[in-house]
Each structure stands twice: as C-alpha cells, then as structure tokens.
Design a protein around this ligand. Sequence first.
Ligand code: NAP
Length: 258
Amino acid sequence: MIDLAGKTAVVTGGSRGIGRAAALTLAAAGARVVVADRSDHRAPAETSTSGEIVRRGGSASSVPLDVTDPDAVSSTFAAIEAEHGIDVLVNNAGVLVSGSLTDTSDEDWHRQMRVNVDGTFYCMRAAVSAMLAAGRPGKVVNVASISGLRANPGFSAYCTSKFAMIGMTRQAGIDYAAHGINVNAVAPGFVETDMTAIYDAPVRRALEGQTPNGRWASPQQIADTILYLSSSLSDHVVGEVVAVDGGWLVATPVQVGA
Ligand code: NAP
C-alpha cells in the first residue's frame, strides 16, 4: 500500500487528462496536491480537479501557472515550498504540435519546445532546488511519451521535445540521486484524452491494431505508474523511463498473410 500522507505533490497541467488522473490518484494516496496550470484555478469547484479532490475528502489547491514563464514558475514554486515544502513534482503539462520537419513553422516549433522542454526544465529546476536547499529527498516524474523513445511519423517537433524530456530525466536522475531525489519518467502510449481527440475513428482503429494488447490506455493507467514513481516503492529507480503503452515499444504486431 502506498501512503503519501504528509507529502506535498505539485502536478502541472492537472486540469484534465493524465494530469487530472495523477492529481486525484496522488491525493487518494494521502498527498496534499497543488494543481498548477492555466485553467484549474478558474474552474468552478464542482468541476475543477482540486475541487474534486476536496469533495473526496483529500487536500488540494489550484494555483495559476503557465509553465513557459520562468519568473512565474520561480515565484509559484517558492510560494508552494514556503507554505508546504515540495516532495513530489509531476511534470505533466504538455501540448502536441503535428507536422513533419518541413511542415513545421518557427512559431509551432518554439511553442512545442516552450511548453514541453522549457516548461519541464523550469519546473524541475525550481522543485529540485527547493528540495536541495531544504535537504529533503523527493520525487520528480516527467510525463514523456513513447514518442520520446521511437520516432512517430508526422510529429517532428513533438518527438524532439519528448526525446529532450527523456534526456533531461536521465541527466537529472544521475545528478541528484545521491541527494535522495529520484527523477524518472513515464512514457505513455496512446491515452484517451483531449490530446488524442485529433485521431478520427479509422486512424484510431489502425493505431489500436498496431498495439500488442489492442487498446489505448485510460488516464488512470498512466496515473498508477506516476503514483509508483512518486512513492518509496521506486526509491532505487533512477533516471528511468517506464513505458505504459500496451506493448507498443516492444513490437508492432504483423499479421502475415492478412
Ligand atoms: P491534455 O488533456 O491536452 O491536457 C494537457 C494539460 O496540460 C492541460 O491541463 C493543460 O492546461 C496543460 N498545459 C498545456 N500547456 C500548459 C502551459 N503552458 N502551462 C501550464 N499547463 C499547460 O493532454 P494529456 O493527454 O493529458 O497529456 C498530458 C501529458 O501526457 C502531456 O505532456 C502529453 O505530451 C503526455 N502524453 C499524452 C499522451 C496521450 O496519448 N494523451 C501520450 C503520451 C504522452 P489547460 O487546461 O490550461 O489547457
């Protein structure tokens, strides 16, 4: 049983999708959760992630944060650290820009990098600095992607950003391991969220057909691995990337003669 009582977890992009499931799951394990993104603080308590956690008997708040703004990240994390102390950071906020390299504008390229790469860097730097200054162990879970481990046709900027997140995870993993700060990543395959709503039904069926277990994940299935990487069960796991992808990275099913 995972018990995060007394721990504070910051989840970026926790308003919906994987981030919302992670926030609810960490709170159910006893953590105080701070949802840091652009919209949860504006949503009514009946629908916000922090409101749902409180309704279920947990402890949560929402703070406005655009992860692409380094000053905002710095001041927001300083305020959370001063109030609670940060034990867990889930770097989940992300966007997906589609297009091959030659179809990608400068603006789209930089938007992709600003959120997925710069945002992850700013938040990780702020949280790990706070943990180091306090002499406190901690956990960082970066929500990467199978697109950070294997090329994905038509998603050049996105894949580049996720490969970078995995590089950051591996590097920070070894740099801070001796301080008891574990930095790891989860690499989801296709997950049922707003982000994958870009795929129409035939494409979705084709993608499911290329997945060994034949299914997309629920956000909860990703959150379960985030919970593990946020807990003492993963204390000896350093700079790792855990794929939660129905077998996508292991092999693509091929039906001979079909
Ligand atoms: P989603 O439903 O589109 O949610 C994205 C979240 O990120 C939202 O909460 C959004 O906040 C937040 N966000 C975006 N830009 C932000 C910014 N600049 N500052 C703060 N928050 C920001 O996406 P999802 O599918 O749950 O994806 C979550 C993570 O998983 C992403 O990093 C994504 O790349 C990764 N992932 C997803 C899949 C998949 O199949 N869905 C697969 C692999 C990896 P707002 O509500 O304010 O827009």
